[in-house]
Design a protein around this ligand. Structure first.
Ligand code: HEC
Ligand code: HEC
Length: 322
């Protein structure tokens, strides 16, 4: 049975006639390294302990009746743990103080969404994106690269995000060739750092459909120089990769194809950073416009008829009929 610790203390103290010293002896073995390395923090009812030493938790003064007793720092445990973002519960049956810090990291609570962003260097990210592709694929390559770089520039909370969760996007989500993982990873991070990500996300998807991949900006460190470039006309992994494989003659399972996708990953990560930097400083201007070859289709099917979902280039799949 779990109860409010202070209530239980009062009850058990009255009922069992326990002295405060005994209470401390029962539960005084909890060590909180973050507060005072090596010292033992106990707790007691508020009325008993007079606060005669200052107690700071991560730089913040905490009223926990702290005092020095026989050379040991003694304070109520609840205010300390709660300041760290954890919980304290008392199990009267097993006589257990249950301290849980699972929701805590670095002693701080997670900041409210969106998470802080700092301007990053697109070229640092381009190279890292290329390298990370080989560790977990395209979506991982973009998202982990941005998050790792934000770990360096911002630190917490990015230090706590398990980047492995982005591996699912490889091969257009589990190898299905749907949305290119580079774009999937781009959207995940853009959405994390700004609520208003729609404009720049649309921009990067449009940019991707018209870009010549892979760029020639990886020549200094890549495995295959001067690779064939293709324009996908589509955000789909299927169109992007298959078109390139066909033009280059490389097999989908080949090292050449992996190098091409690693470069595409770096190029997309770099573009995310350019767009985010502009977005954050208020200088972003949308440049992508649907190409003439399918603008008319959108005018009819999207605007007038309103019977079509999506912004993809229609003629990459349908024959024009008008
Ligand atoms: C002047 C308006 C107009 C334009 C421009 C237009 N469509 Fe259509 N489209 C229609 C109408 C009307 C139909 C028949 C009703 C329906 O199925 O929506 C149609 C039908 C279709 C169909 C259904 C298949 C079929 O043949 O029945 C497809 C696919 C299609 N259009 C694709 C396109 C594409 C791709 C473009 C641009 C290259 C395009 N449309 C441009 C009006 C337009
Ligand atoms: C990635 C390929 C792809 C793209 C890009 C695409 N479509 Fe389609 N579209 C399809 C498929 C697949 C269907 C379903 C065809 C079916 O099973 O009948 C479809 C269905 C349609 C239909 C209904 C067809 C019918 O049988 O009545 C219309 C209309 C249509 N698309 C218009 C468009 C327009 C307009 C665009 C561009 C804004 C577009 N599509 C872009 C693949 C695509």
């Amino acid at each position: 049975m779990t109860k409010n610790l202070n209530d239980v203390l009062r009850v058990s103290k009255d009922q069992e006639g326990l002295s405060r010293r005994k209470l401390l002896a029962n539960v005084g073995k909890v060590t909180i390294g973050a507060v005072a390395a090596g010292s033992v923090i106990g707790f007691g009812a508020e009325k008993v302990l007079a606060s005669d030493v200052n107690l700071k938790v991560n730089g913040q003064q905490v009223a926990a009746g702290a005092k020095i007793e026989k050379g040991r720092a003694v304070a109520q445990i609840r205010p300390v743990v709660e300041q760290l973002g954890g919980t304290v519960n008392w199990d009267n049956v097993s006589k257990t103080v249950d301290v849980n810090g699972k929701a805590v990291s670095g002693g701080s609570k997670y900041p409210a969404y969106p998470w802080p962003y700092k301007k990053l260097d697109p070229e640092v990210v381009r190279k890292r994106g290329y390298e990370n592709y080989f560790k977990g694929g395209c979506m991982y390559g973009v998202a982990a690269t941005l998050i790792e770089t934000l770990r360096e520039e911002v630190g917490f909370p990015y230090t706590d995000l398990p980047v492995e969760m982005y591996k699912y996007g490889a091969g257009g989500a589990g190898g299905w060739g749907t949305l290119c993982g580079c774009l999937n990873g781009a959207g995940a991070v853009m959405n994390l750092v700004t609520k208003d990500y729609g404009g720049i996300y649309g921009e990067i998807i449009g940019w991707y459909t018209e870009a010549s991949f892979p760029s020639k900006k990886h020549e200094a460190y890549c495995k295959f120089n001067d690779q064939v470039q293709t324009v996908s006309k589509s955000p789909l992994c299927h169109a992007s990769v298959t078109k390139w494989a066909s033009a280059s003659g490389a097999k989908i399972g080949s090292d050449e194809k992996k190098d091409r996708c690693a470069k595409t990953t770096g190029d997309t990560a770099a573009r995310v950073v350019e767009l985010l930097n502009q977005h954050m400083e208020g200088s972003f201007v949308a440049a992508y416009k649907p190409a003439e070859e399918f603008k008319g289709c959108l005018d009819c099917h999207k605007t007038a008829l309103d019977n079509e979902q999506g912004k993809m280039n229609c003629v990459s799949c349908h024959d024009p009929h008008n």
